[in-house]
Write a protein that binds this ligand. Structure first.
Ligand code: 5AD
Ligand code: SF4
Length: 443
């Protein structure tokens, strides 16, 4: 057996892509290596969303160069590959700057990995493949999937046409694209076959999904969810990441109507000031967002809301920043991600006047994160004493303890008794921390 080590950076779509690369390599005789030192093939699946991403990759590659040199003396130098969004953005530059690299390929070309390995083995030269190919990569991925555990990601949509002025995604992942329903169904059934009970549908703009349905019509994400929830063995569905502009009525209604759709929604607004939202090209006002949240809460009163926030976007004043805090106070998030604005080469915001000093960004981020942390705590505290269904997912810290997931995506520690990973159990929440809960199973 040969061994492959894949390191995934960044978002959940990269986690999914890394798994699919692993699936492609299985039939070529590769199994997973525990560390780069043991691997014949090392893949860095990179992320380009924020600053220094490329620099971090080059510094990681510098370390791998030594590993490769050392192992070359024993005649077993590993093949080193750079995949993902940095590969897409940097292309040939990577092999020019780092001679240890053998393969460079992007998020839309990784299905060609077996061929790229072959042509590298034949030529002994670096191979770079970052063109957006005309074929659909999903047609070339394996139809079967190995066991994934109890929860899994499934990419249903990729790319973005929104062009928020801070974001590289439209350039690295390309135009918006939705997979056809039957292709998604086949993959979902294969996951369920392997023991998966909860599937998270992924897309950069997942609620903009508009794929070819089984009846030849274009289906919305809500229709896709309804369809997938009829598959026996799927107990829970989630989706991420959504854009406020694509939050359609049928999707909101699905929260009320479909018990398999979990009460959790990641719906980034990024900033609270309308002036900044406009400069970001988000295409909506803060008031639209609040109205939307109210409609979602009408349909699903207990929904756990999550979001992304950027502080220190060009020209953001203290008053603009406070508008972001005000939105957060109003919405009350269950969890959220927040970042300092990072100028990305080639994006419009990187060229804007009024770039904010790093100290100001840091100070604002600290205030914002303190508020979000207190909200997360409050959300968790609100769960104390409540009964809920938990999907048991993995071993806990102590013997007999398992970690499960609540409908709201919290980790819950449970003394599982005779229950096993994959079981759905009814519990009462006994204690809450800021990041996890603990519970006992109903007798
Ligand atoms: N700087 C900081 N954060 C960014 N994000 C995207 N681009 C940037 C950037 N240039 C954040 C957004 C997005 C999340 C995935 O990353 O909040 O929703
Ligand atoms: Fe980037 Fe905006 Fe598209 Fe999200 S919606 S991927 S932030 S351009």
């Amino acid at each position: 057996m040969k061994k492959v080590y894949i390191r995934s950076y960044g978002c959940q779509m990269n986690v999914y892509d890394s798994q699919r690369m692993g699936d492609l390599l299985g039939p070529l005789g590769y199994e997973a290596a525990a560390a780069p030192e043991d691997a014949d093939l090392i893949i860095l699946n990179t992320c380009h969303i924020r600053e220094k991403a490329a620099e971090k990759v080059y510094s990681e590659l510098g370390k791998l160069r030594y590993l490769k040199k050392r192992r070359a003396r024993n005649g077993n130098a590993p093949v080193i590959a750079v995949a993902g969004c940095v590969a897409q953005a940097e292309g040939e530059e990577i092999v020019r700057r780092e001679r240890a690299v053998d393969l460079v390929f992007g998020p839309q070309t990784y299905h060609r990995l077996p061929d790229l390995l072959k042509s590298h083995a034949l030529s002994g030269r670096p191979v770079v493949e970052t063109e957006f190919p005309p074929e659909d990569k999903f047609d070339h991925l394996t139809k079967t999937v190995p066991k994934r555990g109890v929860t899994a990601f499934l990419t249903v949509q990729e790319g973005c046409d929104k062009f928020c002025t801070f974001c590289v995604v439209p350039y690295t992942r390309g135009a918006e694209f939705s997979r056809p329903v039957t292709q998604i169904e086949t993959e979902a059934r294969a996951l369920v076959e392997g023991g998966v009970r909860e599937i998270t549908l992924l897309g950069q703009n997942v609620n903009a999904y508009h794929g070819l349905g089984t009846d030849g019509e274009v289906w919305s994400l809500a229709r896709l969810i309804t369809y997938l929830s009829r598959i026996d063995g799927i107990e829970r569905l989630r989706f991420t990441t959504s854009h406020p502009r694509d939050m359609s009525d049928d999707l909101i209604a699905a929260y009320a109507e479909n018990p398999k759709l979990m009460p959790y929604l990641h719906l980034p607004i990024q900033a609270g000031s309308d002036r900044i939202l406009k400069e970001m090209n988000r295409g909506h006002h803060s008031e639209d967002y609040l109205k939307l949240i109210a409609r979602i809460r009408d349909a699903c009163p207990d929904i756990a809301l999550s979001g992304d926030f950027i502080v220190g976007f060009p020209d953001e004043t203290e008053a603009d920043f406070e508008a972001t805090l005000a939105i957060i106070r109003e919405v009350r998030y269950a969890s959220a991600f927040s970042f300092k604005y990072s100028p990305r080469p080639g994006t419009p915001a990187a060229e804007m006047a009024g770039q904010v000093a790093d100290e100001v960004k840091s100070e604002r981020l600290a205030r914002l994160q303190a508020l979000l942390a207190s909200q997360q705590k409050a959300f968790n505290r609100g769960c104390l004493g409540r009964d809920m269904a938990i999907l048991l997912e993995k071993p806990g810290r102590h013997p007999g303890q398992l970690i499960g997931r609540s409908p709201y995506l919290q980790s819950v520690y449970i003394d599982a008794g005779t229950h096993a990973i994959g079981d759905m159990v009814n519990v009462t929440i006994d204690a809450v921390g800021s990041n996890s809960l603990s519970a006992h199973i109903h007798p």
